[in-house]
Design a protein around this ligand. Sequence first.
Ligand code: ADP
Ligand code: MG
Length: 351
Amino acid sequence: MTSIRLSNISKKYQDILAVEDVSFSLGSGECLALIGPSGAGKTTLLRLLAGLEEPTEGEIYFDEVYVKDLPIKERQVGMMFQTPLLFPHVKIRHNITYGMDKLGFSKEETEAKLEEVATQLKIASLLDRTPEALSGGERQRVEMARALVRDTKVLLLDEPFANLDIRLKEELQKEIKEIQKERGITMILSTHDQEEAMFFGDWIGILDHGRLMAFERALTLYENPSNVFAASFFGKPRMNFVDGKVHIVKGKMALELLGKQIPLERGLPEQEVLVGIRPNYIQFHPVGEFSGVIEEIQHVNAQYLYRVKCEEELLEIDANAPMKIGELVYFDIDMEHMLFFDRNGERIELR
Ligand code: ADP
Ligand code: MG
């Protein structure tokens, strides 16, 4: 069991700041899903944790011990890379156990661990083949076995399922989560798939241009994001953002939104705000308070996603009911679930 703490980690390559001032703590046996666009610094951060790169600044601690003070064997880190790195023409069993002798594992120990992990990942029958004779899914399992075979306590997975078809992906995701929980492994995985992040992550970290924009419990991030970036990144369909204005009307606090004056029970200083509304908090209703015209329709799974024009704003609303482009529609917004952001995109709480 290993806890991880990063303190002000930065990594510079020539003049590129790939990771900038990242700090977080992860409890033993927890999983962090790192999500972010391509080039955000995910791979770099994982390589720093694996000890494959030195940070330009900052420190990494495993169980509150400075990582550089730990011999490699005691770090017990396994990493699965974005692109598989199996040696061609080398039998799978040797691909998996490569380097274990140097870590001080005896032949018998190595054999026992290989057998255990091969059984768990259902690749026992493949051990005497070479990588060329494996399918993509099998190769991924072998990579995983290699990352796990050395009594791994910290498992780092860099976009591990990106190249698998959906069925194989779901199967492997389930198995890996089981293994992680069963062995109490502390895991960090990178992905650009929000469903995958939600499936694995006890915590979700959003990286953008090397900076950690959010580090939150998965549910908090969805319900209670701390800035516009996190709010717009998460959730399908995405959160709607509408310009609003908080001001006093006849001595009472009101929100001007989509051409209406909405009384506010809790207050904000008078200011222009960005109002975030998740599509699931907007409901079509024959006598709804707001009205708009359907401009576009998209099918999402068994639902319709409507783009509705209302007072120069375009709102995305999902619903089961079939409607037509050009139709005049009425809807209500669940005011309790509106989120407010200031001009800099930071969340403002009502008081
Ligand atoms: P991600 O995995 O999120 O796509 P990376 O960590 O691979 O992002 O890259 C972050 C940034 O650092 C990118 O701008 C990338 O070009 C740069 N970078 C990564 N590795 C190196 C390297 N070895 N040398 C120079 N620049 C690098
Ligand atoms: Mg990457």
